[in-house]
Every structure is written in C-alpha cells, then in structure tokens.
Design a protein around this ligand. Structure first.
Ligand SMILES: [Zn+2]
Length: 71
C-alpha cells in the first residue's frame, strides 16, 4: 500500500497518480509519485514524496473526494 493517497492527476486530470520507490544510486529507496500516463509520454507529472505531501495540502480535502479506485 502506498503511504499517501493516490489521487486524480492534477496536471492532466485524465489519470491516477501511482506510487513508486526509486532504485537509482542517487536516491535509493526514495518514494515518488507519478501520473499513470507519464511513461507513455502523455503527462509530465511526477513528484518526490515530500513534494507530493505539499501538493496534497495545497489541493486540500476536496482532492480526497476525487480519488478513483481502480478495480
Ligand atoms: Zn497526468
């Protein structure tokens, strides 16, 4: 389970954010969140976990109501 809620992507409003754990040498084990369309080139959204927390505070509680639950 991701440590933070996954939300509707605030950049494209078409996909959900997904949770990842970095495997790079620079940031091993660091959590980040990325739009599900990012790897397909459809969206630029991704954030480190600390920035994602800030984003969720900025978006406010209304964001939680917009969470889509994937089947
Ligand atoms: Zn997106």
């Amino acid at each position: 389970m991701p440590p933070l809620p996954l939300i509707l992507c605030p950049e494209c409003n078409a996909g959900n954010t997904l949770w990842f754990v970095s495997g790079t040498v620079e940031n091993p084990g660091r959590h980040f969140y990325e739009c599900e369309w990012h790897e397909l080139g459809g969206c630029r959204f991704w954030k480190w976990e600390n920035n994602y927390i800030v984003l969720q505070h900025l978006l406010g509680s209304s964001t939680l109501a917009r969470i889509r639950v994937s089947a």
